[in-house]
Design a protein around this ligand. Structure first.
Ligand SMILES: [Zn+2]
Length: 134
């Protein structure tokens, strides 16, 4: 009985888009909204929660691959900068005892070992040089 149900579900999902990073993000967002709605009794959180749930389910069951891929690409493009930002922050925190980070005027972050005295930094991106204390 259970196996039959599983097989039926597998058949149902055949040719459908399934989950991706955007669906996962929507699920996480939905959980977050649900938690907020437990404390803040504003209907807007519940509405947003259901929107996330339905959109995520709709995407998973969709057969329109092209549209779903476009959405995923748009989402990844949107998230690229914040992701980079948090990855740099995390790295900076992780090796705060061994390395120092300097930002070049072109925006590139230069990572150098600590405790080497005054050193000349060379930016790989724009070629600028600067003297910093590490
Ligand atoms: Zn630079």
């Amino acid at each position: 009985m259970f196996r039959q149900l599983r097989w039926k579900f597998a058949q149902f999902m055949q040719g459908r888009y399934g989950g991706d990073a955007l669906s996962l993000a929507l699920c996480k967002l939905a959980i977050g909204l649900w938690l907020v709605s437990l404390f803040a009794r504003w209907p807007i959180f519940m509405i947003l929660y259901w929107l996330c749930v339905f959109f995520s389910l709709f995407r998973s069951f969709s057969k329109n691959y092209a549209a779903r891929r476009r959405e995923l690409a748009a989402y990844e493009k949107l998230m690229a900068k914040p992701k980079l930002f948090f990855r740099q922050k995390r790295r900076k925190w992780q090796d705060r005892k061994t390395h120092k980070h300097f930002r070049c005027k072109c925006g590139t972050v230069l990572r150098v070992p600590k405790g080497k005295g005054k050193i000349k930094l060379h930016c790989r991106n724009c070629g600028a040089e600067m003297i910093k204390k590490s």
